[in-house]
Design a protein around this ligand. Structure first.
Ligand code: MSP
Length: 529
């Protein structure tokens, strides 16, 4: 696999490690789709990539869920984990590591890390009093709570009063160091609005937080004091480190951090920003470890404008969506229709309209029509045109000249929607070009060379669009490449290594005289219900 090649620059990206209290919901699918698109894009760019996902299996929430299902916690976790894996396969998520916090290797990493922080003098015993939301696995300030002491994120769930002895992590000690981090690495927290939230939270003054629980078995015991269980978040964040271990290496921090640390990008939702942008870097500072490059907190999804939730009875099941509409349509909708970083909405009518308009009509039809004409007028071969002779002012060549660079900038800043829009501009211009140039009349007038030039420029534009969209819609892109006569499968990482960005993101590489394959719709329009 590509990530064993040490000569290349590296890119390690993570999704959150998902709670296994239930099957994956649309929120987990959303983060994972975005992470996969990023990972695929960095692979196209020639980087050696590690995409990490996994599950967060300890804590009270999971213990209670298992209990209510009449299962042992581990049994419960194993069952749910299988559901995550199934969904990731269906969505064409190419993860490299799946980190489970119940693995014994993880326990070794957590112990060692705890030991380091302990040696720093950053852990002490204290009394924890406060309101705890088991669904968030987090203490809440009294003023944050809604009526009846309900949690603002889980408005149907009451926070529980706790007054117990816990071990604390000396977060307050890292106040200045954290503020310096945010100053010196202004890109550490993105987007800007999230960065501001964190800055103002930290500016109010940091308080130490408790990192152990009593009366809870489901977790790792605190080294040297097994009455206490390590707090699920302290344990879970370290799952990112455990994920970096090679399969056969000893589970030590040194081994884990050797090749891929620091992580380049943590992709998360905005609700867990504080853990990743405040607690996590402070924990790493305490253990004298380098800080990840970037934490990006995306927005929340609603359905038909409403907050989603099991108790609200309006969840959106990602498994049902992908079974019904296929991976590419689902991936495309969430990445193209919602600006990454902002809240967004899922609405079925809009979903069907979007994928039909962009994938079936603009992109699919364009390829289909053009291949049809190429069959008729050019014997099903790429027209014999030297793209370098096409002037730079040619409308499609002009758009394409710096398209690869613009799209790369968009993907790198996780502006997936902008990347798609840029690419769609070329597709729309190609549709317009065909209608204006009317190759069928040129053919009738006997202007064979003009026909060939028009068809070549359109086929090449479709190719370029398919290439640049392949991180979002790998299956459709593969079909387009196939119909254009290439043997490249965008789900095959070895092939992707050959189709490098510096060659394929340039307009004018479609080989003249290449044999084309039979046209077949790449996306069948969905019916509005
Ligand atoms: N277990 C923790 C993460 C530990 S990481 C070391 C956790 N898990 S989670 O399963 O509850 O959340 C997973 C992700 O789903 C979070 O990034 C969260 O933001 C995201 N979403 C949950 N509901 C969501 C929406 N309605 N919309 C978009 N994403 C949302 O938190």
């Amino acid at each position: 696999m590509s990530h064993t090649d040490t000569s290349k620059s590296k890119f390690a990206v993570t999704t959150p490690l998902y709670y296994v209290n239930g099957l994956p919901h649309i929120g987990s699918a959303y983060t994972t789709i975005a992470a996969d698109a990023t990972a695929r894009f960095e692979r196209l760019r020639g980087k050696s990539v590690l995409l990490i996902t996994g599950t967060d299996e300890h804590g009270q929430k999971i213990q209670r869920t298992a209990q209510s299902n009449g299962l042992q916690p581990q049994e419960h976790c194993d069952k749910v984990v299988a559901g995550f894996d199934t969904l990731w396969q269906k969505l064409d998520i190419q993860y490299d590591r799946f980190s489970r916090t119940t693995s014994s290797r993880h326990e070794a990493i957590v112990k060692e890390f705890f030991g380091r922080v302990w040696e720093q003098g950053d852990i002490y015993l204290g009394q924890q009093k406060g309101w705890y939301c088991v669904s968030c696995e987090e203490f809440k300030e009294e003023r944050e709570l809604l009526a009846e002491k309900c949690c603002p994120i889980h408005p149907n769930i009451k926070a529980e009063w706790r007054d117990e002895q816990n071990y604390f992590f000396r977060l307050s000690k890292y106040q200045n160091q954290l503020e310096e981090l945010y100053q010196n690495k202004p890109d550490f927290i993105q987007p800007e609005s999230r960065r501001n939230e964190v800055l103002s939270f930290v500016h109010q003054g940091l308080q130490d937080f408790s990192i152990s629980r009593v009366n809870l078995d489901w977790g790792f015991p605190v080294p040297g004091d097994p009455k206490h269980t390590i707090y699920v978040w302290f344990d879970a964040l370290l799952g990112y480190v455990t994920a970096l271990l090679e399969q056969n290496s000893e589970p030590t921090l040194e081994n884990a951090l050797k090749q891929w640390w620091p992580i380049n990008l943590h992709l998360i939702g905005k609700d867990i920003l504080r853990f990743h942008a405040v607690y996590w870097p402070a924990m790493l500072m305490s253990a004298y470890l380098p800080i990840p490059d970037r934490v990006f907190g995306h927005g929340f999804l609603t359905k038909d404008g409403h907050k989603m939730g099991k108790s609200l009875g309006n969840t959106l099941d990602p498994i049902e969506l992908v079974n019904r509409y296929g991976a590419d349509a689902v991936r495309y909708y969430f990445l193209k229709e919602i600006e990454f970083g902002r809240d967004g909405d899922f609405n079925k009518t809009r979903f069907i309209d979007t994928v039909n308009a962009d994938l079936a009509k603009s992109l699919g039809n364009l390829l289909n029509r053009t291949l049809g004409m190429t069959n008729k007028y050019c014997q099903a071969h790429v027209p014999d045109v030297d793209a370098s002779n096409i002037p730079a002012e040619h409308p499609l060549k002009a758009i394409s000249l710096e398209l690869g660079e613009r799209v790369a900038r968009a993907y790198q800043s996780l502006a997936f929607s902008e990347a798609c829009r840029e690419i769609l501009t070329l597709v729309r211009a190609s549709n317009k070009f065909i209608d204006e140039q009317t190759p069928w009349s040129l053919y009738k007038e006997g202007k064979q060379q003009a026909v060939e030039e028009v068809l070549y420029s359109i086929l090449e534009s479709v190719r370029l669009a398919a290439y640049l969209l392949s991180s979002v819609i790998p299956n459709i892109s593969t079909d387009i490449y196939h119909q254009l006569g290439f043997g490249i499968d965008f789900n095959n990482q070895t092939m992707v290594e050959v189709a490098t960005y510096d060659t394929h993101s340039i307009w004018g590489i479609l080989p003249p005289n290449q044999k084309l394959n039979k046209p077949k719709p790449v996306f069948v329009p969905l019916e509005q219900e």
